[in-house]
Write a protein that binds this ligand. Structure first.
Ligand code: SF4
Ligand code: SF4
Length: 226
């Protein structure tokens, strides 16, 4: 199993949710194209190789096991270089490859002190604490609220945009924390602010859009959440 990570455009990601979808689609398309090229490269050397779609398996647990990052409170893979501002693809092959190992980058401790995504999610879908779920301690996002928001607000992804690891990189976040005990950018409009596509307003730290009850349960959205 190979997990490939491609960094998403930095500038476009800072304009999420307004400019998030084009950036996501562009990097998703590029990452799929690169993965197919890698598959063909391996096949041309006599190995079996196959690219896999999103429905074949969860990429994030494999990425964590390979040491590419750790799970953030936003339930996304936080890579040290770009946080969750990246796209993951997966392929399997019988080529002899060195296996990666999980790495503790210190991200869980940063998340516990940061909590910016928890406070900035427009619909409060991210809980503050991890809980045991099917034998694993992790954050359980309110998927019904999240999916309804993603579907109606240009893909949302505010929880990616406001993450300091995404914006500044883990090295800078760890350095600031070691120096001052503060989370880099926390409380600043640069990190926490976003333009909400449904009303065109800018929401700075401490402000969130007011959404009608119907927003959370739009007609035709019959989610089954497990
Ligand atoms: S915003 Fe903060 S709490 Fe959320 S994933 Fe990023 S580092 Fe962790
Ligand atoms: S995508 Fe939006 S609604 Fe879903 S958890 Fe992230 S910030 Fe919240």
């Amino acid at each position: 199993m190979v997990i490939a990570v491609l960094e998403q455009n930095y500038e476009s990601t800072q304009a999420i949710p307004r400019a998030g979808l084009p950036a996501a689609f562009d990097s998703e398309a590029e990452s799929l194209e690169l993965t197919v090229r890698l598959v063909r490269f391996l096949q041309a050397r006599g190995y079996r190789a196959r690219a896999h779609g999103k429905m074949d398996a969860q990429t994030i647990p494999f990425a964590i096991a390979a040491g590419l990052g750790q799970l953030g409170l936003n339930r996304q893979l936080l890579t040290p270089a770009a946080g969750s501002r990246c796209r993951l693809t997966m392929l399997t092959t019988d080529a002899p490859l060195a296996m990666g190992d999980a790495v503790d980058y210190g991200l869980h401790g940063i998340c516990d002190r940061c909590q910016v995504c928890v406070h900035r999610c427009p619909v409060g879908a991210i809980p503050k604490r991890r809980k045991m779920h099917r034998g694993v301690e992790k954050i359980k996002i309110n998927q019904k609220r999240c999916f309804a928001t993603v579907a109606q607000a240009d893909g949302c992804a505010v929880c990616m945009k406001v993450c300091p690891v995404q914006r500044y990189g883990l090295a800078a976040v760890l350095s600031e924390f070691a120096h001052s005990g503060r989370i880099l950018g926390r409380g600043s409009d640069q990190l926490e602010g976003y333009d909400w596509p449904l009303d065109g307003r800018h929401y700075g730290p401490g402000e969130r859009p007011r959404l009608p009850i119907a927003f959370h349960d739009p007609p035709g959205f019959g989610f089954r959440v497990h």
